[in-house]
Design a protein around this ligand. Structure first.
Ligand code: SF4
Length: 165
């Protein structure tokens, strides 16, 4: 299976989730938030096509990483490919954070592919970036409407359980 990425994998990030993380930047986003920091990732024909097997090989070689972060762009526009990467990351002991412009509720009410990615995500940072709600005080997110969600607990309890308020 192929996936369209905006750039190469980026290791050793400490700002894209808890711990030391390798970020996978997905290409393509339809949310078009005002003052998005990565508008070059919107075009679904941009970036580069990468074989998922190549990504798995790169993940296997990682050292000292807490997990991977799926970001972009929006990984939920390539949910099947993102879910496969997330499953593989778990199989080698890496946790998975996923950033999306969709809200948790939009994902829950969407299709099987998006649910598959949600179920293989440990922490979801959800919602569009809203410039009038921008706050530098928000941990791991850009605006106060976005939430850092414990996915397992949320699915078990049938409602959003956040990690940082
Ligand atoms: S969801 Fe993210 S990548 Fe997409 S437009 Fe909004 S801020 Fe930009």
């Amino acid at each position: 299976m192929k996936v369209r990425l905006a750039s190469n994998l980026q290791s050793d990030s400490i700002v894209d989730g808890d711990g030391i993380r390798t970020v996978i930047w997905f290409q393509g986003c339809k949310h078009h938030c005002k003052e998005c920091q990565n508008p070059e990732t919107w075009n679904f024909d941009g970036g580069m096509e990468v074989d998922i097997e190549d990504i798995k090989e790169q993940l296997k070689k990682l050292k000292y990483q807490t997990g991977i972060t799926l970001s972009g762009g929006d990984p939920f526009f390539q949910a099947s490919a993102a879910a496969e990467i997330a499953k593989f990351a778990h199989s080698i002991g890496l946790n998975v954070w996923t950033y999306t412009g969709f809200t948790y509720d939009e994902i829950i009410n969407a299709n099987d592919e998006k649910m598959e990615l949600l179920k293989n995500t440990d922490v979801l940072v959800d919602g569009r970036f809203e410039i009038d709600k921008k706050s530098l005080a928000c941990k791991f997110r850009g605006s106060t409407n976005q939430r850092v969600i414990d996915v397992k607990k949320s699915l078990e309890e049938g409602g959003v359980v956040t990690i940082y308020d």
